[in-house]
Design a protein around this ligand. Structure first.
Ligand SMILES: [Zn+2]
Length: 190
């Protein structure tokens, strides 16, 4: 990782996007530890990352709690969920540079060497809370496709997208189009 990458590695938005990516990869009943590790590496974690089944199980529990934040439809709902998670699962706010190896950034886990599950919940709650603070809207959404369980971080302003990906948006548009032309209905594809 270059020095340029280090400045963005711990940004709030990157941390929130990492949270969404981990919630998605951990949605499986039995998440593949290799896939979870790949997401961590993709978002700048220094390798090698080796996760055991118990660590992944703990992260999966944390991801299920975080999913509630992404499911919130209003800023009020998101704030209420985040306040509960911060109260029940995180320690006090502190700054760390991991002994000078990273830019100064905030943590609310109990220790720099906290278990992965605690780290996931704490770092995600912190970033998502800052997004609510900054934007005054929910920090993310669940994909509007009935056949997709993905969550994503929403845009900061402007009209909100409804689907996690272009793939989901296209699939739903095609399905709505077919429905309109076969049944003569008047569903709104938007
Ligand atoms: Zn989707």
């Amino acid at each position: 990782m270059s020095d340029d990458d280090r400045s963005t590695r711990h940004s709030v938005l990157t941390t929130a996007r990492r949270a969404a990516a981990l919630v998605n990869v951990l949605a499986d009943d039995r998440p593949d530890p290799g896939e979870v590790a790949a997401v961590l590496l993709e978002y700048g974690e220094a390798g090698p990352v080796e996760l055991g089944p118990e660590e992944v199980a703990g992260m999966r529990t944390a991801a299920a709690l975080l999913r509630e934040v992404f499911a919130a439809v209003t800023a009020d709902e998101a704030a209420a969920v985040l306040n509960r998670l911060l109260r029940e699962h995180t320690g006090p706010f502190r700054l760390t540079s991991h002994g000078g190896t990273a830019p100064w950034h905030a943590h609310v886990d109990r220790d720099d060497d906290a278990p992965w599950a605690e780290w996931l919940l704490a770092s995600s709650c912190l970033a998502l809370a800052v997004l609510v603070w900054d934007r005054q809207r929910p920090p993310g959404r669940a994909c509007a496709s009935g056949s997709c369980r993905n969550v994503f971080v929403s845009q900061g302003s402007g009209p909100e997208r409804r689907y996690c990906s272009r793939r989901c948006a296209t699939r739903e548009r095609v399905a709505a189009h077919r429905g309109r032309h076969s049944g003569g209905g008047t569903q709104d594809p938007a």
